[in-house]
Write a protein that binds this ligand. Structure first.
Ligand SMILES: Cc1cc2nc3c(=O)[nH]c(=O)nc-3n(C[C@H](O)[C@H](O)[C@H](O)COP(=O)(O)OP(=O)(O)OC[C@H]3O[C@@H](n4cnc5c(N)ncnc54)[C@H](O)[C@@H]3O)c2cc1C
Length: 408
């Protein structure tokens, strides 16, 4: 009989297990794959963007969707400073990159994982691998846990840290959602978060790899503006990606799910308003009347975009600037400030960085991570309905909720 069994050796589960054992609880960590932290190893392109340097808890929480407020208590106890102190104490230092992204100084997610596994073991917790939990029942005050290989374990308390549904090859296949439902918990429908947007436009192969340091995108659903954001963006073989695109993917997903037609309007020149862009374009017309429009446009958008851009108006690419009509100028300026891209879908949850949705925060005590429905059942990490932007927010959430659950 264990005091605590933690299910899932991701960042949340390892932190929970280590903390629980460190406080003197007889703790067992069960992991279904053959090693810990498979997703953690992929994080930040294997460099692990472990947290964000954002100093205030409130500003940090603003980088989560609505349910992020749930994290206030956990962050008041174990926030980014505490997390970095935890690793520094164990010999790993960090650096801060643009956007406040914190990475280990070694650029290796492996170093983060190594410290976590050592922490779990040194604190006296037992870890068992290839133990896929298949069922949990509560009899009297004891949880009976069975695994696929027919082993069974009992514990006074259970911490579910089984992650979400994204990247199933790392082990997270939604088991926690299933168990939460069997214990009468509400599970907010899981959907892909932080994923690329698939476009219908047929010229993507030609645009693949073209990137922008600063582009602005407005999202329209059934012709109504529902969102806009700006930042770095890249055209890919399937559509578009980039930090702010990843973040808007769940908004696009929701609209598509409700049957709406979605298109994106790209402002290729967000630094200039319509008037300023008009002045710059007319200056070009005045100075280079015998230049072909194809060559002039290369001053305004990346050269690989020009052919399809002109086709969309349409204008003969060999037309000289002196022959461009007023109507054509108007269309060019309009398209530079709002080029339409039709959305097919967002990348599936299997390829998404995180899962939006999960066990409802309304049914979890934010001070302890204990279920408000089942005494002794705790949740930590991505299994909970919390999702943050890219930038280290999701791992901090996993570590903080893991720490709280382990300490409780
Ligand atoms: C490619 C990629 C890059 C990312 N980069 C970043 C980044 O740089 N910064 C950031 O903040 N976030 C990043 N994230 C998100 C972050 O990795 C996750 O939010 C985080 O790993 C969630 O931690 P977790 O412990 O809750 O779940 P997971 O890491 O998913 O761990 C869950 C564990 O539970 C185990 N498990 C599941 N079911 C069972 C079962 N039935 N029995 C036993 N064990 C089970 C799984 O095998 C797994 O080991 C990235 C995600 C991806 C996919």
């Amino acid at each position: 009989m264990f005091d605590v069994i933690v299910i899932g050796a991701g960042p949340a589960g390892m932190m929970a297990a280590g903390r629980s054992a460190e406080l003197g609880n007889k703790t067992l960590l069960l992991e279904k794959t053959d090693s810990s932290g498979k997703k953690l190893l992929l994080s930040g392109n294997s460099r692990c963007n472990i947290t964000n340097s954002c100093e205030s808890v409130e500003d940090f929480i603003n980088n989560f969707s609505e349910s992020g407020k749930f994290l206030r208590n956990a962050f008041s106890v174990f926030f980014n400073k505490e997390l970095l102190r935890f690793f520094r104490k164990r010999g790993l230092d960090f650096k801060v990159e643009p956007g406040g992204k914190v990475f280990p100084i070694t650029d290796k997610a492996d170093d983060v994982l190594r410290i976590l596994v050592k922490y779990v073991k040194d604190s006296g917790c037992r870890i068992l691998y290839r133990k896929e939990v298949s069922g949990i029942v509560k009899k009297a005050d004891i949880f009976e846990i069975t695994t696929k290989d027919n082993s069974s374990y009992s514990a006074k308390k259970v911490i579910l840290a089984t992650g979400g549904l994204s990247y199933p090859q790392t082990g997270s296949t939604g088991f926690g959602f299933h168990i939460a439902k069997t214990f009468s918990h509400t599970v907010i429908k899981p959907k892909p978060g932080l994923t690329g947007i698939i476009l219908k436009n047929n010229f993507l192969k030609e645009w693949q790899g073209v990137s922008f340091e600063d582009a602005k995108i407005s999202v329209y659903a059934d012709d109504k503006l529902i969102h806009n954001d700006s930042g770095e963006m890249i055209f890919t073989h399937f559509g578009i990606s980039g930090p702010f695109i990843l973040h808007m993917s769940h908004i696009v997903y929701d609209s598509l799910e409700s049957g709406k037609k979605v298109f994106l309007s790209v402002d290729f020149k967000p630094g200039l308003n319509h008037h300023e862009l008009g002045l710059a374009f007319r200056e070009e017309l005045k100075n280079n009347p015998s230049r072909k429009i194809t060559n002039s446009l290369k001053e305004f958008i990346p050269p690989r975009l020009v052919k399809r851009f002109l086709e969309s108006i349409p204008i003969d690419p060999d037309k000289l600037l002196t022959h461009i009509s007023k109507e054509e100028i108007k269309s060019i300026l309009e398209k530079l400030k709002g080029f339409r891209l039709n959305v097919e879908a967002v990348k599936p949850i299997q390829e998404a960085m995180i899962t939006c949705g999960g066990v409802s925060v309304k049914e979890i005590d934010p001070k302890t991570m204990e279920s408000k429905i089942v005494k002794g059942l705790y949740f930590a990490g991505e299994v909970i309905d919390i999702d943050g932007r890219t930038g280290g927010y999701n791992l901090q959430s996993a570590f903080s909720t893991g720490w709280m659950a382990g300490a409780s």
